[in-house]
Every structure is written in structure tokens, then in C-alpha cells.
Design a protein around this ligand. Structure first.
Ligand code: CP
Ligand code: NVA
Length: 314
């Protein structure tokens, strides 16, 4: 039922890093997302009789709600496994969790610490696994972000997006999605907080096929100059709370504020995956301004969640 013909690689694994999907598959997914958003009633029974398990080891508002509502609005049922107190693999091996769940449900979404846990689940489950955020990647977020940018600007080829802040999971997934969609991503981080070199290289390899460009800068001003969109995320991600004080000092020059925003294009928009800390990575003035499209991004998490599930399970 989905618009996407998936490679066997994707069918067998799901959405683990985002890199399993070819640029063509990502384009199809974004097109399918637009259809789902425009005509939700057409897909109400698309996943009738399917079950999706959600395992979350960290808190979540957007990802949990959009996966649950997304699955159920396609006719599937979800089961939420609240692992916020215990790490996967503590009560029983990840392999056994995967092999048990695969006997009962049709897909697993997992929010965890180590990317390796996501991949280990997928290796043993033989059903699609969706990465609902790990220490390395947040693919559902980046896909929703590029869908949002495409809605706003009408196309992604050459679109100038500046990412300012920590070279974290969200940054990594933006690198991958930018490369897949042909966008021009300009990343500025403090020294020592750059995105992982291996992911940057992988994104640049894909960029060579799609016409995307990936550039890294040491100052936020260089990345923001002429950008059509400026994106930031928290300075200390979940699991790094102990470093928050130290990071607040290091990242202070990377705050997205009126001055930095003034360097961007006149019609530039502001993005943030949320949750946000007003007064740290972004000022209240910028995040609550008419240029901010944070709630469009959040809404589109739902449409992307539906498209990913329908594509993998349809
Ligand atoms: N942006 C995002 O993933 O939000 P949650 O952590 O609330 O799911
Ligand atoms: N980088 C953040 C994203 C939250 C959606 C984190 O991992 O906590």
C-alpha cells in the first residue's frame, strides 16, 4: 500500500541509522508523507491487525505520542514498554527480547542509549526496528524536519540549512537526511563537539550522488550567513545531564539569538527538535517569534511516523 518500493536492506532492518535508506527511498517517503497528511482517512485501515512494540529507556513526548497515534490511526495497535528505569539487556539479553517480541508484534520502535542496542535488536528480531532516538541518531526527527522544510520552501535541492550547537544525534541525522535530499547543510559546533567524522564522511559520499553539500564551521556566524533555516538542539542531551554546567559555558557563543538570526536570509525560519531550553541554546525572542516553525516540525513528526510505519509494515 505504500508508495515506496524498499530495498531488501531496508525491509530486513527498518530505520536504524537512516543510512539504510537510499536517497530515492527517502524522496518516496517524503512524497508518501504528503499524501498521508493530505488524505488521512484513506489510510485508516492500512495496518489493521498489526502490532507495534515501543520500548523507551528515556523520556519522550513527541516520539512516543506520534508513534502511538500514528500506528493507531493506521489501524495498528501499540504496546508501550516503559523501560525508563531499567536498561535493555539488564533483566534479559537484548537478543531474547528481540526474539520474543518478534513472535508477537510486527515492528519494534526503540529509544535507547547505545546505537548498538538498536542494531542488536534488529539483528535478532527479523521484524523492522525503528530507531526512536539513540546516542548516535534520531532519524524520525530529521525526516520530519526535511519534510517541514520542503513544505515551507517548496523544494530541498540546495536549501541552505545551518545547524548550530552540539554535533549530537540530531545533528548526525540531519547530516544524513541533508545528504539524501540534496540540501546544503552548514554545521557550526564548538571545537571538540563536532559531529562524528565517520558520519560526516558517509554523508559526503551520499552528497556526491545527490548534489547536497555538507560543510563544517568553527563559528555560528559562518554557518548562519545567508541560511534559509537555522536549527539548534539542547547543549546537553539525555544522559549528559552531569555535563550541563560545563557545556553551558562552552556553548554560550553558539546561542541562536536575534544577532545570529540577523545573519541569515530575510525569510529564514527557526527550527528546534524540542524539548528546548529558552535562554540557553535559543532565546525566547527567536523561538517564540513568527519565524519559528517548531510546532510545524512537531506536527510533522506524526505524519512521518505514519509514513515510516506504513512503508515498513504495509
Ligand atoms: N524531538 C523529540 O524527539 O521529542 P521527544 O524527546 O519528546 O520524543
Ligand atoms: N539531542 C537530544 C534530542 C532530544 C529529542 C537528546 O538526545 O536528548
Amino acid at each position: 500500500m505504500s508508495a515506496t518500493v524498499l530495498t531488501r536492506r531496508v525491509e530486513a532492518t527498518g530505520l536504524l541509522t537512516g543510512m539504510e535508506w537510499t536517497p530515492a527511498e527517502v524522496r518516496d517517503l517524503l512524497r508518501f508523507t504528503a499524501k498521508l497528511k493530505a488524505h488521512p482517512s484513506r489510510y485508516r485501515t492500512a495496518l489493521d491487525g498489526r502490532f507495534v512494540a515501543l520500548i523507551f529507556e528515556k523520556p519522550s513526548l513527541r516520539t512516543r505520542v506520534t508513534l502511538e497515534i500514528g500506528a493507531e490511526s493506521l489501524g495498528a495497535k501499540t504496546i508501550f514498554l516503559d523501560n525508563t528505569q531499567a536498561r535493555l539487556g539488564e533483566r534479559e539479553p537484548v537478543k531474547d527480547i528481540a526474539k520474543n517480541l518478534a513472535r508477537w508484534v510486527h515492528a519494534i520502535a526503540v529509544r535507547t542509549f547505545a546505537q548498538e542496542t538498536v542494531e542488536e535488536l534488529a539483528r535478532h528480531a527479523e521484524i523492522p526496528v525503528v530507531n526512536a532516538l539513540s546516542d548516535r541518531f534520531h532519524p524520525c526527527q530529521a525526516l520530519a524536519d526535511f519534510f517541514t522544510l520542503e513544505e515551507r520552501f517548496g523544494g530541498l535541492g540546495g536549501l541552505r540549512l545551518a545547524y548550530v550547537g552540539d554535533g549530537n544525534n540530531v545533528c548526525h541525522s540531519l547530516l544524513i537526511a541533508a545528504a539524501q535530499t540534496g540540501a546544503a547543510l552548514r554545521v557550526a559546533t564548538p571545537a571538540g563537539y563536532e559531529p562524528d567524522g565517520e558520519i560526516v564522511r558517509a554523508a559526503r559520499r551520499t552528497a556526491r550522488q545527490t548534489g547536497a553539500s555538507i560543510e563544517l564551521f568553527p563559528t555560528p556566524e559562518e554557518a548562519a550567513r545567508g541560511a534559509q533555516a537555522i536549527y539548534t538542539d539542547v547543549w546537553a542531551s539525555m544522559g549528559q545531564e552531569g555535563e550541563a554546567g560545563k557545556r553551558a559555558k562552552i556553548f554560550a557563543p553558539f546561542q541562536v539569538n536575534r544577532r545570529l538570526f540577523a545573519a541569515a536570509a530575510p525569510d529564514a525560519v527557526f527550527l528546534h527538535c524540542l524539548p528546548a531550553h529558552r535562554g540557553l541554546e535559543v532565546t525566547e525572542e527567536v523561538i517564540d517569534s513568527p519565524r519559528s516553525i517548531i510546532y510545524e516540525q512537531a506536527e510533522n513528526r506524526l505524519h512521518i511516523a505514519k509514513a515510516v510505519l506504513a512503508t515498513l509494515l504495509g
